[in-house]
Design a protein around this ligand. Structure first.
Ligand code: TYD
Length: 136
């Protein structure tokens, strides 16, 4: 987990069915490499708000821009990468041991998060120096 790099984070394309009535995207077992134990979502986020600012020791997450767009800055202690999420059928897999910061939320955007574990504050690394020590 602590050896994960930003290369292990990737865009997951969610299969969709599109016809003249619109689009239907389906998330089911096998779409991505973890089982879902928790779902939460960010909404009513002010455009100048900054979310994240932490890493997780063991948690896998899939971030999906259900509506609108936002950007995710990923850091593994050595490299960083900024990812724009703006398509409801393209999610970002964030593996354990990756620092993330989320900003540039568009008006009315909704970020759905699928998580591999239930909420556990002891899984968070909220201090960047602590994160760097964790990464060794
Ligand atoms: P946090 O994970 O810091 O949010 P973000 O990464 O989006 O900025 O969580 C914000 C607050 O919400 C914090 O007090 C913990 C609480 N929280 C829960 O109670 N349960 C949860 O599942 C999550 C994700 C957060």
């Amino acid at each position: 987990m602590k050896n994960n790099t930003i290369e292990n984070c990737r865009i997951i394309e969610i299969p969709k069915v599109h016809d003249e009535r619109g689009s239907l995207a389906v998330i089911e077992k096998g779409c991505f490499p973890f089982e879902i134990k928790r779902v939460y979502y960010l909404y009513d986020v002010p455009s100048d708000a900054f979310r994240g600012g932490h890493a997780h020791k063991n948690l896998n997450q899939l971030l999906i821009p259900l509506s609108g767009s936002f950007e995710v800055l990923l850091k593994d202690g050595t490299s960083s990468n900024r990812v724009l999420l703006n398509k409801p059928n393209k999610g970002l897999l964030i593996v354990p041991g990756i620092w993330r910061e989320i900003d540039n939320f568009s008006s009315g955007s909704v970020c759905l998060v699928l998580a591999s574990e239930v909420y556990d504050e002891t899984d968070y690394l909220r201090d960047f120096n602590e994160f760097q020590s964790f990464k060794g």
